[in-house]
Structure formats: C-alpha cells, structure tokens
Design a protein around this ligand. Structure first.
Ligand SMILES: Nc1nc2c(ncn2[C@@H]2O[C@H](COP(=O)(O)OP(=O)(O)OP(=O)(O)O)[C@@H](O)[C@H]2O)c(=O)[nH]1
Length: 373
C-alpha cells in the first residue's frame, strides 16, 4: 500500500535540531512506526566520515548520505543534485525525509522547496521538525548561534530527552522555546515514547496550499546563506539552476574524522573518552563512532552528547564488509593531534604511552577548557 500516486509531489519532512538532540533516533522510530511507507532519506553530516547512514535501522530505505559539509551552505548544490536523482526514481518511494546536520540552518536547506518552482512542483515541504535536547538546550542557546536559528524556523518543536530533566525544568525550557518561536507546535517526548502521530499530522501552514509559502520569522544568520535563485545558468532536469559554491561559517565549529583498520580495545575507548569528556569536554559537542573490535561479531556504536558517553552494540559485520573504525568529534576549535593520539591509544595492544591523553595536556583544544570546579 503506497500513500500517493507517483505523479503527486512527494511529501518532505525536514528534521533539524542541534548536535545530538536525537534526530537519528527519532527517525528510526518514525520509520519503524510507518512500515507501509516507502521512505527516501537524505542524511547530511558535517564530518568527513558519515556515521548516521550506518545507524538507519530499516534496510529497505533509500538513503543518500552527504558528508563533509552542510546542506545549508557548502553542500547546497548537492541537495539539488540529490533531489534530481530522487525525482528520477520517484516511483520507488512515497516520502522524503531530510536529516540535517546538527549545526545546519534549516531555513537555507528549505530554500529550494520554498522558492524554486520546479522543486515545488515535485516536492512539498510538509513540515520542519526541530528536536531539542531538554537537558542541554539552554547551554546550546547560550554557547552557539545555530540552535536559535533551528528553533525559530521550525513548524514543530519536539522537546526530546524529557527523561533526563525534572518536570519543573521542562516547564522552564518550554517557556524559553515559546519565547523563541511562538508559532511552532510544541510536543514532548523521549526515545521510548514519541508522539509520532501528532508529529506527522502537523503540517506547515501553507504546505497543502501549494501556492506561495509564507516564511515564518527567521533569525538572520550571521552570514546569510545562498539563494538558489541566484543560480548560474545551467539547469538540471528538474529545471533547477545550480548555485555557485558558497561557504558560511558555523561559529568555529569543526569536525575531526578518523578512520582505523586496527581492532580497538573497548575498555580503553570507554575509559579514555569518558576521561576526555569529563575533564576537557567543554568544547566537544559530539562524539560519534562505529568501532571494530575483533573479539566481537558486532560493531560498537559510540556516542556522546554533552559529557555523557554511551557505548552500545550495533549490527553484526557482514562477511564481506570492510572492518574499519570511524570516529568523528565535533566541537569548537578542536585540533586533531590530541584526538588522534587518544584514539591510537585505544587500539588493541597499543604500546602504552602515558602522555597520550593527559588531562593537563590541552593541545587538542583551543582555547584551553577549564576543569569543572
Ligand atoms: N536519554 C535519552 N537519550 C536519547 C534520547 N534520544 C536520543 N538519545 C541518545 O542521544 C544520543 C544522540 O542521539 P542521535 O539520535 O544520534 O542524535 P542526532 O541528533 O541524530 O545527532 P547528530 O546527527 O550528531 O546531530 C544517542 O546516544 C541516543 O541514544 C532520549 O529521548 N533520551
């Protein structure tokens, strides 16, 4: 049973929210709750090593991964190419979901859907859902520019991870968010209880009207993103003209990606990353990794949000799959040297090198983070 005729525009859900807010986790729950729907998915990741694509649980989903940049800026033209490719295989899916990077400005990602008639003809931006980490959002609003743009642009806000905060604190968070975006529908949830039907019932005010789409008040970003209307004249088959390359700055947020073919010692991984986050975690917003451990048939999934590290078992390696570990760190002004050293120390049977990660060694982080008092 498929939702729509192949000739109808495809519904698009844009999923945004700061690094680690829970977008991929919600995405999996959403797709599991809609087994009859054939989803196409665009996974955008800031890091060079795409991790999220490997975390998508439904094997039948048509996933396109766009790594090493942000759809809202450096990969803006790639979005048009991917939309064109999806258009060409429009008979193979019902709905498209785009998971942005955790630092994307969704207003820029939405531009083609709102302003390019040929894209509008084939794709309807149904909703922009912003996930908010109930526990960390106040810090993120204080320390970064990205979170505010995401919250203020979205039609729907899901205050996620409610399991991690008290009802009193939740009330404060709700008030803050209402102040930032009084137009959005706000829902509460956590990974074991999402209001999926409500989220998917919510639609942009003008999404069904098919006419001119009214933009909600948007916080202007420090450097405005590109407009696809200023395109250079070479149309693709959707009739869309690609834009020249454009970069905008993500308030000094960088991503460091590492890849190793050696087997890792998970005790070391846990110990060293926990220590790192505990004592030098201030500028580190996110750690994500898929780790190869030769003693296990399964891969390990390593995640951190804030100072919380979790290691869970992932899918088993396929017989012909290359066993590699990939780890991404995203944070403010991170420098690679210390992180690489730390990871090398976690390789199974690595030679002990006591100074590899020394909590007083702040070479990897600029400016030097303060130890928690
Ligand atoms: N306690 C708790 N943890 C959650 C919840 N939702 C997600 N997480 C955890 O938060 C971490 C990040 O979740 P993801 O779904 O990967 O977050 P994301 O927004 O996709 O992350 P990025 O793509 O890196 O921005 C994972 O360890 C999840 O298991 C929740 O409701 N409660």
């Amino acid at each position: 049973m498929h939702n729509k005729s192949e000739n109808m525009p495809k519904d698009v859900t844009l999923l945004t929210g700061f690094l680690g807010a829970g977008k991929t986790t919600l995405l999996n729950a959403l797709m599991a709750a809609r087994p009859q729907t054939r989803f196409a998915l665009i996974e955008n990741e800031y890091g060079e090593e795409g991790i999220d694509g490997g975390l998508v649980m439904r094997p039948d989903v048509d996933v396109v991964e766009l790594s090493n940049g942000c759809l809202c800026c450096s990969l803006n033209n790639d979005l048009l190419d991917v939309l064109e490719a999806f258009y060409d295989r429009r008979d193979q899916f019902d709905e498209l979901i785009i998971e942005t990077t955790g630092i994307a400005d969704p207003a820029n990602v939405a531009v083609p859907f709102l302003m390019v008639p040929m894209v509008q003809r084939e794709f309807t931006l149904k909703r922009v859902i912003c996930l908010v980490d109930a526990e960390l959002v106040e810090d993120q609003l204080r320390d970064t520019e990205e979170a505010i743009g995401q919250i203020s642009f979205s039609d729907v806000i899901l205050i996620n991870k409610t399991d991690r905060v008290s009802p009193e604190y939740l009330a404060t968070v709700q008030e803050t968010l209402r102040g930032l975006n009084p137009f959005a529908q706000v829902f509460l949830g956590h990974k074991d209880s999402y209001p999926i039907d409500e989220l998917m019932r919510a639609v942009r005010e003008t999404a069904d009207a098919g006419a001119i789409t009214k933009l909600r008040p948007v916080q202007p970003s420090a450097t405005p993103g590109p407009s696809l209307l200023q395109a250079v004249p070479k149309a693709n088959s959707l009739g869309v003209m690609p834009h020249r390359h454009h970069h905008h700055k993500h308030s000094d947020i960088v991503s460091l990606s590492f890849r190793f073919s050696e087997s890792f010692d998970m005790t070391q991984v846990y110990h060293r990353l926990t220590t790192l986050l505990l004592f030098q975690g201030q500028g580190i917003y996110r750690v994500k990794g898929i780790i190869y451990d030769e003693t296990r048939a399964e891969r390990w999934i390593v995640q951190s949000v804030g100072r919380t590290l979790t290691i869970t078992e992932g899918a088993a390696w396929q017989p012909d799959e290359e066993r590699v570990s990939r780890v991404v760190f995203i944070g403010k002004l991170l420098k690679p040297a210390g992180f690489e050293k730390l990871l090398k120390q976690c390789i199974r049977n690595a030679k002990p090198e006591p100074s590899a990660w020394n909590i007083t060694n702040s070479a990897a982080l600029q400016p030097t983070p303060k130890l928690p008092s």
